[in-house]
Design a protein around this ligand. Structure first.
Ligand code: HEM
Length: 473
């Protein structure tokens, strides 16, 4: 009896403490004018619920509080915005105190001149340098030949093998980027750099705890190795002949370069290019292969189009800009799904980017609420992809839907962000995925082995890999 009383007493005590803590945390953030919502536990907020339940957490909170609600996630008081109109406003109004708000670990690892962190004049000059590298003529003349050469080799000798397509697409994204940036390929340096980039990416999604064994510490070490290696390459380049790659263009010190960057800024820009293109391109490619496997009709149409492109070419002949453009559809009506349709439908269905983060530099008024200075805003765009008013039967993979109307230009199309931060790598990423698909579907057929699980949140991935058995045609 005594023991039962003791247990009940402790349980009651704990309950009172928990309620007290929750209440105290709510009161701490109960400033007048804030949107409704809950703040969870002191320090941890609602991070566990958010990471565990993902999109369901967002849906539940929206049902309770509306499309603009407060929470405390990933270490910060945050306002989550699921209203497409306001999201658009936030993306278009960086100059009104809505600057990027990425986590500290990401900023430490990607560098202080990382384009996604800098604002104002520095952002303008870094972006201008970046657009100078990623514009269509550069892709056509400099990058596409490199991408084509890389994909042809990367997709060699897969016949009769079981491969982990997740691993292969990750490798593709990093190695293809290194070849385009600094002509690094097929060498021990490439392998070493690849391992460091993997560490670096993992660290940006971790808590900034600099202790032995943490992802954060490993990533900081990987960053300093990558920086050292890039410094050496840059030094060597100054006394070398032309390599015809992105680094050459960045180092070219003549008047045609609108924005001249310091070596440190060039290094951070290169790290940003590798980082930003890595997960977006690799995951979209893997998911396109998964969806095509599950939808034979779409695969058949896609193959037909690509075999058409190869007609009259020898196996060694590369695909050029016109071939790529003949896969494109934008507002033109095409008789079959082009990779763009497949790629956009994959991006929509898999939602590789759930949203973007902003931080307020002053008190901001949104939809009649006041968001205090220093708060984070999660511009959560995921739900737009499944809005039945925009995409009929939104849960079915239907690349043909992109032929019907110009879906890619409706005002709530935010898969690549918007405003002054609109993804500068949009075209390059699409070219890479399209080239990979070109060689993959014209050379091979494949089947999944072992029924892999793909999780969608917080990132799209196959935790145990995605094994496929590949056969040559
Ligand atoms: C194809 C898949 C891709 C998707 C879905 C995607 C998506 C996005 C989104 C949503 C943003 C906006 C971030 C923000 O507003 O804070 C962004 C920015 C950015 N992306 Fe991409 N991206 C892709 C490919 C790439 C590639 C291949 C590169 C590199 C070559 C790249 C480089 C960047 C950079 C540097 C930024 C920051 C721009 C700035 O802050 O001005 N992206 N991307």
């Amino acid at each position: 009896m005594d023991l039962l009383e003791l247990v009940l007493g402790v349980a009651l005590g704990l309950l009172v403490i928990c309620c007290g803590l929750l209440r105290w945390n709510e009161l701490r953030y109960s400033k007048k004018g804030l949107p409704p919502g809950t703040m969870g536990w002191p320090l941890f907020g609602e991070t566990t619920e958010f990471l565990k339940q993902g999109p369901n957490f967002m849906e539940n909170q929206r049902a309770r509080h509306g499309s603009l609600f407060k929470s405390h996630i990933l270490g910060c008081p945050t306002v989550v915005c699921m209203d497409p109109e306001i999201n658009r406003y936030i993306l278009l109004n960086e100059s009104r105190g809505l600057v990027p708000g990425y986590p500290q670990s990401m900023l430490d690892i990607l560098g202080e001149s990382n384009i996604a962190a800098v604002t104002g004049v520095l952002h303008k000059s870094m972006r201008s340098a970046l657009l100078g590298l990623l514009n269509p003529p550069m892709i056509r003349d400099l990058l596409l030949p490199k991408i084509d050469e890389f994909m042809k080799t990367h997709l060699c000798n897969w016949n009769d093998k079981v491969i982990d397509i997740q691993e292969k697409t990750k490798e593709m994204a990093i190695c293809s980027a290194l070849k385009q940036i600094a002509s690094i390929e097929g060498s021990p340096a490439c392998e070493a750099l690849k391992a460091d980039v993997f560490e670096l990416v993992l660290g940006t999604l971790s808590l900034p705890i600099n202790l032995p064994g943490t992802n954060y510490r490993r990533a900081l070490r990987a960053r300093s190795k990558v920086v050292q290696m890039l410094r050496k390459i840059i030094e060597k380049r100054r006394s070398e002949s032309y390599h015809n790659d992105m680094l050459d263009v960045l180092l070219k010190n003549d008047d045609s370069m609108k924005a001249k960057l310091s070596d440190e800024q060039i290094i951070d820009l290169i790290i940003a290019i590798v980082y930003s293109g890595y997960e977006t391109v690799s995951t979209t490619t893997m998911m396109a292969i998964k969806y095509l496997h599950d939808h034979p009709k779409a695969l058949q149409e896609l193959r037909k189009e690509h075999l058409g492109i190869r007609k009259g070419k020898s196996p060694e002949d590369r695909i050029d800009w016109n071939d790529y453009k003949s896969m494109a559809f934008t507002c033109r009506m095409m008789p079959s799904p082009s990779p763009l349709q497949v790629i956009f439908e994959t991006l929509r269905m898999a939602t590789v980017v759930n949203g973007v983060l902003r931080k307020t530099t002053q008190d901001i008024q949104l939809k009649g609420f006041i968001i205090p200075k220093g708060w984070r805003i999660y511009v959560y765009t995921r739900e737009i992809n499944y809005d039945p008013c925009l995409y009929s039967e939104p849960l079915s993979f239907n690349p043909w839907r992109w032929m019907e109307k110009n879906l890619g230009s409706h005002q709530y199309f935010m898969m690549f962000g918007g405003g002054s931060r609109l993804c500068p790598g949009k075209e390059l990423g699409t070219v890479e995925i399209a080239t990979f698909l070109h060689y993959f579907v014209t050379r091979y057929r494949w089947e999944e082995v072992g029924g892999a699980t793909v999780v969608e949140f917080p990132r799209v991935e196959a935790p145990n890999g995605l094994q496929i058995r590949v056969q040559s045609y």
